[in-house]
Each structure stands twice: as structure tokens, then as C-alpha cells.
Design a protein around this ligand. Sequence first.
Ligand code: HEM
Length: 135
Amino acid sequence: MTIHQKAKRVHQSYIRSGSQKLVSEFYVRLMAASAEIRKKFEGVDMAEQASLLSHAIVMSFLFIDKNQQVAKKCLDGVRATHAQHNLNISPELYDIWLECLLETVAQCDPHANDELLSDWHDVMSVAINHIREGY
Ligand code: HEM
């Protein structure tokens, strides 16, 4: 299966998982997973943050297609804000981020299985690697 086909399946899974519901459940998991990550989000309005992330997740699906300028602009922005001189998000934290996202999909999507979770991993890794490489 091509990465484009995977992105389509993952987008359908995201909708099935209730999009906003998935993102808010994801943040509960992420905060529980790491004290370092929890500290980064101190004082942040998490409802607002969930809405920003749900947009960035859809942009991550579109980002598979390199000609999608809107998606590229969005993820270039996230790459800049998350860099060392800015929010200073250490590269290894993204592994925890992705792990928490996959666990939340497994919880929220009634059709989740190993193959679908592996598609989520592959699709989100494209955006995450782009953000991480800007560190
Ligand atoms: C463990 C990894 C990550 C940590 C610790 C983290 C942390 C943060 C923090 C502290 C903020 C600023 C909130 C504020 O001050 O209002 C933020 C904003 C944001 N994050 Fe992350 N982030 C991570 C990964 C990601 C990933 C993988 C994405 C996208 C797929 C993403 C998308 C965003 C967006 C869209 C914003 C708001 C706009 C911006 O600041 O660029 N983050 N993040």
C-alpha cells in the first residue's frame, strides 16, 4: 500500500475516532506519560491546544503530498515553534508523543487493528520527522 493510501485510511480512522475526542483523550495520555512533557504544557489552555492540534493532525495527513502548500506552511510553523531556541522540544519526546497517539487510536477507533496502527505510525512519522529535524 502506498503512503497516500495509508493517509486516506488514517484520515477515515481519525474521523471514526471522533477527531476532537481523540485529541483530548490523547492529551490525557500524553500528560500521564512523561513529567518532562507535562512541564512543557504548564499554564497552557489545553482546550485551545486540542483545537490547534486537531488542525495540525489533518495537516499532517495532507503533508504526505509535498505539493500541499497549506500543509507545508502549517508544519513549517510547528517546526519553528518547537525548535531548540523556542519551545525546545527534545527530539526523543516525539517517540512518546507518537506512542501515546497510537494507544489513543487503539482506544477510540472501533476498527483499530495492528495494520491500521502501523499506517498511523507511518503517516504521522512523515510530519514528526519534519518537525524533529528542525530542532
Ligand atoms: C512531545 C512532543 C511535543 C511537545 C512536548 C509539544 C509541546 C507544545 C507546547 C508547549 C506548545 C505551546 C502551547 C502554548 O504555549 O500555548 C505547543 C504548541 C503546538 N504544538 Fe506541540 N508539542 C509536541 C509535539 C507536537 C506535534 C508532533 C505536533 C503536530 C503534529 C504539534 C503541534 C502543535 C501545534 C499546532 C501547536 C500550536 C501552534 C504552535 O505553537 O506552533 N506538537 N506544543
